[in-house]
Design a protein around this ligand. Structure first.
Ligand SMILES: *[C@@H]1O[C@H](CO)[C@@H](O)[C@H](O)[C@H]1NC(C)=O
Ligand SMILES: *[C@@H]1O[C@H](CO)[C@@H](O)[C@H](O)[C@H]1NC(C)=O
Ligand SMILES: *[C@@H]1O[C@H](CO)[C@@H](O)[C@H](O)[C@H]1NC(C)=O
Ligand SMILES: *[C@@H]1O[C@H](CO)[C@@H](O)[C@H](O)[C@H]1NC(C)=O
Ligand SMILES: *[C@@H]1O[C@H](CO)[C@@H](O)[C@H](O)[C@H]1NC(C)=O
Length: 780
């Protein structure tokens, strides 16, 4: 019966999303990067009719500038006659601008180009609505442009938990609009829990066994990858169903624009209970991840060469395709932060071949999208092992995301993935933490290095942040650099960023952004940037905060931003964008100042200088109060928003407390006992007041007592105390936080600037500039 229903569903889907179109016949030589890329772009493009794509692009543009402005000023056309990934802008006799593109995404990219580089206005994640002046005369420009990146990719499996966990379709639509404006052509759709529930139930698992496997709503990414199981669950059927419907809506919106979406495949991770039903199959026990206790870790891994693997894969994947359609690309990562059970090239070869075969069986044109993360700094993956794995599948049937190319590129170590196409990706952010940083120069040069490397199989550019909503400038830069066929002039790019962000040309604003470019956005070291600053880390004397820039550059940028207040246009809500940046830069300078205070506190403790220690303690607590104050004034820096969103999407009243627990635990303890404590920390109002500050206060008090009593400070005792008094209880608290900002940002920021600019000249500071360390440089 099930089989019959499935066949019917597939037949129906074949009408909606024809599978058969062109046979997949690569005309390839090994290492034929750009050509391979163009073929891939065409192969992956959904067969959405051009009229549908035009309507979708019109929808995007109308949501950004309003329907009236759209109909007065623009016209769109999608034409498959154009070269792939190309747009053309021209002025029509009726005075409107014609945005023509190879697909809906290219039309949207054309619109963004015109908006930013002709009309001097830009969007960002928080600002997707642009007010154009009435009676605008559209300048006559003719621009034709083909993406330098045949493939442009966005998203990381973790983004779905760190940033998208509570989103409804309204937020998604804004984000998809943004993706289209940036020219993104490929993304992922990981939602799969309702389908797994069906598969496991059919196989004979009990509800209890399934509940013990699926992790809670804020932790699905890691359960999907096999890292954890059951933590913060169970998932209610209603929630799983809601998520499935949402995923379908997202997919439709993306495909209507011509975007291609990779769907989840089966990597081998299954509930432990499955061994009860299949005692004769070979399972490997997945190794413990980040000290998670037995109850939440160590699921089972079915060997891909086992018949059981193919059986589960078929059952799962055919449902995935029936539920979501297919763009002939599937993702799965059998060994993400997990060691393969056997260290032999033959094992890797047969494993990869079996996984790809399971995809091909359901979709003969399947391409496997693979995160190259497993190769990063992992001694297990010798050249032989990587080669065996990657070449087990025909050329062009694996597409690798070189996941953190700006810091740890792998394409050189793997000889351009042995000819398999790869995408150069900026990962940039871990855990969605705040803190200004980035590597502008490396992005600009790195994409070129990958493309020009001898025998390169580079096919595109992507962004793979674990969390978004921070450092927008870096994502904007990477995606524009990805579209561009050559390197950018970074200084003029940053000047233009300031112009299009605030809607006014001003030397101070440009200087501010150039200072940021040359300081916070000039990181090129090998240290792992995990957003763990003194403010947000558990207090101890074991920290070594550092910077790669002179903090006086940030201070000066802050000063310049503050001084430009009077000229920021109120039109088009530009002042709100300005206020956002003021909050962020104030936060950043306080964050660095806390690092500086800490270095001095540590020296005062070592030298047993009680008075100095007490003086600096008071300063640090004051700093945390000030940070709370400025963050509370910013709409995008509120704990309340995160918690209320989580509660809003809880499918039933009795689910509220677990959804809130998920939201709180992910950004603090990350696990039952602080397993990955503060990994996804957030410098948000509410969290500073009720979590970071109390923690520091407890620490400073304990150390002060120890200093007075001339006893050593007991770090072990403190860890236990802070864990039980502050860190773990925070996940269970139900306190309510504001979702609206409080206070006037500019005045607060100006005040803080006056207070904190003098800090490093304070006579209690004996270790000025100790934070600045020379950078160890990567290969290029
Ligand atoms: C726009 O400029 C181009 C090139 O200068 C010219 O050929 C075209 O006629 C102009 N279009 C309009 C509508 O003015
Ligand atoms: C497992 O193998 C044993 C011995 O060959 C056999 O008796 C048993 O029926 C098998 N069990 C299952 C579930 O296939
Ligand atoms: C590039 O590929 C060719 C043909 O396979 C090979 O002869 C050459 O050594 C390769 N060059 C590099 C730098 O790997
Ligand atoms: C940081 O910049 C300031 C102002 O330009 C300068 O006085 C100071 O010497 C610099 N510090 C370092 C360590 O370069
Ligand atoms: C520090 O505290 C721990 C835990 O409370 C305790 O076991 C240990 O003996 C203490 N160490 C010292 C040196 O007092």
């Amino acid at each position: 019966m099930m089989q019959l229903t499935l066949t019917l569903a597939l037949a129906l889907l074949a009408v909606l999303y024809p599978l058969g179109g062109q046979a997949l016949e690569w005309k390839l030589n090994a290492y034929d990067g750009p050509d391979l890329g163009r073929q891939l772009a065409v192969h992956l493009a959904p067969s959405t009719p051009t009229k549908v794509q035009e309507a979708a692009a019109r929808g995007v543009i109308s949501r950004v500038i309003g329907l009236r402005s759209y109909s007065q000023l623009f016209q769109v056309a999608v034409s498959k006659e154009m070269a792939p990934r190309t747009f053309k802008i021209s002025l029509l006799d009726n005075g409107r601008i014609l945005l023509a593109g190879w697909d809906g995404v290219c039309v949207c990219k054309a619109f963004h180009y015109y908006l930013k580089y002709v009309l001097n206005k830009d969007v960002d994640w928080f600002k997707m609505r642009i007010e154009l002046p009435t009676n605008l005369q559209m300048p006559n420009v003719t621009i034709e442009s083909t993406s330098g990146s045949p493939i442009m990719y966005h998203q990381n499996v973790c983004t779905w938990s760190y940033s998208f966990a509570w989103w409804g379709f309204d937020q998604w639509r804004r984000h998809i609009d943004w993706m289209a404006l940036m020219g993104i052509s490929l993304t992922i759709a990981p939602v799969q829990e309702a389908i797994w529930t069906e598969v496991y139930t059919e196989m004979g698992l009990t509800q209890e066994e399934i509940d013990g496997h699926l992790a809670g709503p804020a932790f699905q990414a890691w359960q999907r990858m096999g890292n954890i199981r059951g933590w913060a669950g169970p998932l209610k059927p209603k929630w799983m169903h809601f998520q499935l419907l949402l995923q379908q809506e997202i997919l439709a919106a993306q495909r209507n624009l011509g975007m291609s979406v990779a769907l989840p495949a089966f990597a081998g991770h299954v509930p432990r209970a499955l061994s009860r039903l299949h005692p004769n199959s070979t399972f490997a026990e997945v190794q413990r991840w980040n000290s998670f206790p037995d109850r939440y870790c160590c699921g089972l891994f079915v060997e891909p060469t086992e018949p059981l693997f193919q059986q589960i894969a078929r059952s799962f994947l055919s449902r995935v395709v029936a539920t979501y359609g297919t763009n002939h690309i599937f993702f799965c990562d059998p060994f993400n932060e997990l060691e393969p059970p056997v260290a032999k090239p033959e094992y890797m070869r047969s494993t990869a071949a079996a996984i790809h075969e399971s995809m091909r069986e359901v979709d003969p044109q399947a391409i496997w999208l693979l995160q190259g993360w497993m190769f990063v700094k992992n001694p297990f993956w010798t050249t032989d092992m990587a080669e065996a794995f990657l070449t087990a599948v025909p050329l062009g049937r694996i597409l690798v995301l070189d996941l953190q190319s700006e810091q740890f590129p792998q394409y050189e170590l793997t000889r351009s993935y042995f000819g398999q196409p790869f995408v150069w990706c900026m990962l940039h952010n871990f855990g969605g933490t705040l803190g200004m940083f980035g590597s502008a120069k490396l992005i600009n040069s790195g994409i070129e290095v990958a493309r020009r490397m001898p025998n390169s199989s580079w096919v595109g550019t992507g962004i793979t942040p674990e969390g978004i909503n921070q450092n927008y400038v870096m994502y904007s830069l990477t995606l524009e650099r990805g579209w561009s066929s050559s390197s950018l002039d970074l200084d003029s790019w940053f000047r233009n960023f300031a112009l299009t962000r605030y809607g006014v040309q001003d030397e101070r604003l440009e200087q501010a952004w150039l200072l940021l470019k040359n300081s916070v956005y000039s990181f090129r070291g090998l240290q792992k940037m995990r957003g763990q600053y003194v403010v947000t880390r558990r207090p101890s004397f074991n920290q070594d905060p550092f910077t790669w820039y002179n903090s006086s550059d940030v201070l000066e940028a802050w000063h310049l931003l503050l001084s430009a207040r009077a000229i920021i246009p109120l039109e088009d809500d530009r002042y709100e964008v300005y206020e956002h940046d003021l909050v962020d830069i104030s936060r950043q300078y306080l964050q660095i100042s806390a690092d500086q205070l800490y270095v001095n506190l540590k020296s005062a403790y070592r030298k047993r200088q009680v008075t100095r220690f007490e003086y600096l303690s008071a300063k640090l607590l004051q700093l945390l109060d000030d940070m709370e104050l400025i963050l509370a004034s910013g709409r995008n820096f509120l704990l309340g928003s995160w918690l209320e969103q989580a509660k809003r999407v809880a499918p039933a009243p009795e689910e509220l407390s677990n959804f809130e627990f998920n939201a709180r635990n992910q950004i603090t303890a990350w696990g039952p006992d602080g397993q990955i404590l503060d990994y996804a920390c957030k410098q948000w109002s509410g969290l500073v007041r009720d979590y970071y500050r109390p923690r520091w206060r407890l620490f400073l008090e304990d150390v002060t007592v120890a200093l007075h009593s001339q006893r050593p400070f007991n770090g072990t005792a403190f860890k236990e105390k802070v864990s039980h008094k502050i860190e773990l209880p925070f996940s269970n608290s139900r306190d309510i936080y504001p979702v609206d900002p409080v206070g006037q940002t500019w005045f607060i920021s100006q005040n803080l600037f006056q207070t904190w600019k003098a800090l490093t000249k304070d006579s209690q500071f004996l270790h000025n500039n100790r934070l600045l360390v020379p950078q160890k440089l990567p290969a290029h």
